[in-house]
Write a protein that binds this ligand. Structure first.
Ligand SMILES: Cc1cc2nc3c(=O)[nH]c(=O)nc-3n(C[C@H](O)[C@H](O)[C@H](O)COP(=O)(O)OP(=O)(O)OC[C@H]3O[C@@H](n4cnc5c(N)ncnc54)[C@H](O)[C@@H]3O)c2cc1C
Length: 479
């Protein structure tokens, strides 16, 4: 055996990474900094599911209420060590079962991370923790003369973390775009507990892959959002509001197709069909005239808002619709409230299966007609309200979950509407996300290569499959 030459210290060159790791002290065990853990059965039951009451929810093992990024990191490190699933949660207003527990999981609530960290009027950004409620942030931005446009109907209760994780839309997206368009950068905790920053605070920035975009709409399956930098816009003029009443929803949709092809450019175009109006009337009467087939609520926030609404009224006249313009801020608020009431009103009528198809705008008349035909065929009430200016409607099937016959009919109607949305050239979800509810339909919508790419991204970021397993994509075992 020859001795190594003193000029070539072989021992130093052949040490492996594992040798070096053995020399290092072990990492400190994960511990919660300031968050709390509970396994109280009553509390766990209250946090088990989101608003999609018809989707299955498992039995959680514990609830962690994180207060810091370190708490989230510690939770995920522990979960990785133990191989335990983790389900991130905002305020559980989701409509797809995305925040539902899976058996034996840790529910990781971000609700207590609810601080607005700053609003910068020069950069026109706000920095927030994920548990800040949308409306709280929007009001704070307005106080600084700025405007945060994404405004889901749940804006008084849903969190910005949940909005980002679902890429939520809302009323004024028709003019200003969806949540994705306002997320500049994120702090994200990976499945292994490592903390990373993505994106930028600056007005522009293209360094590297768009990791920020990857996490927007990932529904808690790729990482946990612990901070966000959100773009703001200068405040707009006080919007003017009008409502037009139509004989049928299909006629209202024909007007929308014409409206969206030209002027005026409105900041809200929301449709309520007759069953939605009836549901709201029974819940909290908005005072709409009796016997109408549809109501179209619009706003303009441009400097020429009055002229915009006059042009809208003229267009409505050609479609035989009566138009009422809100006389003041209170009337305007009441009209918007009527639209926001659709969700709670339909939830009060029974179990609901909400679709969320988004179709090309010119296909709206066909969508509304076909949904009406599905309701007639099944004999079930299907309300159809939504962000019609974006082609994003929420046909919502109301049924008695205790009646197996009705449940089967409701599932069939849901699937028929998903199929219809795709056949009309649209997508199975415009804003609510996939969650548990549309997992199978996502596979139908994606081509095989795109589906395999989804799976590869999931494996790369969550190799043990502990983050919100079974949501959005099939589990590695397939289901
Ligand atoms: C009455 C009503 C009206 C609604 N209107 C609209 C609407 O107009 N537009 C719209 O888009 N949606 C709407 N929704 C659906 C829902 O409010 C949105 O999906 C909302 O973005 C969910 O926010 P949340 O805080 O409740 O999140 P949750 O429901 O708690 O979670 C939603 C998903 O995000 C994940 N998640 C939550 N927080 C984080 C985080 N910090 N990091 C990683 N993942 C996370 C969860 O795992 C889950 O997959 C409505 C719901 C209701 C009940």
């Amino acid at each position: 055996m020859t001795r190594p030459s003193p000029a070539t210290p072989r021992a130093a060159h052949t040490a492996t990474g594992d040798d070096l790791v053995r020399l290092l002290p072990p990492p400190p065990p994960p511990r919660l900094d300031s968050g709390t853990v509970t396994a109280d059965p009553g509390i766990l039951a209250a946090h088990r599911a989101d608003h999609a009451t018809f989707t299955p929810a498992g039995e959680p093992a514990a609830l962690v209420r994180a207060r810091t990024t370190a708490d989230v990191s510690a939770t995920l490190r522990l979960a990785t060590e133990l191989g335990v699933p983790v389900v991130p949660q905002g305020t559980r207003t989701g409509l797809t079962g995305g925040a539902n527990a899976v058996d034996g999981c840790i529910l990781l609530s971000l609700e207590k991370m609810d601080r607005i960290l700053g609003i910068d009027p020069v950069e026109q950004i706000g920095t927030v923790q994920p548990g800040v409620v949308n409306a709280v942030f929007s009001r704070e931005a307005a106080g600084a003369g700025l405007f945060y446009p994404p405004d889901p109907a749940s804006w008084e209760s849903s969190t910005l973390g949940g909005n980002i994780a679902t890429n939520a839309g809302g009323f004024c997206c028709v003019k200003y775009g969806v949540t994705r368009d306002y997320v500049r950068g994120l702090e994200v905790v990976r499945a292994d507990g490592a903390v990373m920053r993505t994106g930028r605070r600056t007005a522009k920035g293209v360094a590297g892959y768009d990791l920020t975009g990857l996490f927007v709409g990932s529904e808690g399956t790729l990482g946990v959002i612990t901070e966000a930098t959100l773009a703001l816009r200068p405040a707009t003029a006080e919007p003017l509001t009008a409502v037009a009443f139509f004989a049928t929803a299909v006629e209202a949709c024909r007007l929308i197709v014409e409206l969206m092809a030209g002027e005026p450019r409105l900041s809200m175009v929301e449709l309520m069909d007759a069953p939605s109006i009836e549901a709201v009337r029974a819940f909290r009467d908005p005072g709409f005239p009796p016997g109408i087939g549809a109501a179209l609520l619009v706003q303009s926030d441009s400097a020429e808002a009055a002229a915009d609404l006059s042009a809208f009224a003229a267009l409505c006249g050609r479609h035989g619709a009566e138009v009422i313009t809100a006389g003041d801020r209170e009337e305007s608020r009441m009209l918007l409230e009527a639209r926001r009431m659709v969700g709670p009103a339909v939830e009060s009528l029974g179990t609901i299966l909400p679709d969320d198809v988004c179709v090309p705008r010119r296909a709206l008349p066909d969508l509304l007609a076909a949904v009406g035909a599905i309701a007639d065929r099944t004999g079930l009430t299907i309300t159809c309200a939504g962000h019609a200016g974006d082609g994003n409607m929420h046909p919502t099937i109301i049924f008695d979950a205790g009646d197996p016959g009705q449940t089967a009919l409701a599932q069939q109607a849901f699937d028929d509407i998903m199929r219809l949305g795709l056949d009309l050239g649209g997508t199975v979800t415009g804003e609510h996300g996939v969650g548990l509810l549309k997992r199978g339909w996502l596979r139908t919508e994606l081509d095989p290569v795109a589906a395999a790419t989804h799976d590869a991204v999931k494996r790369a970021l969550d190799p043990l499959g502990i983050l919100n397993p079974g949501k959005v994509i099939a589990t590695p075992e397939g289901d």
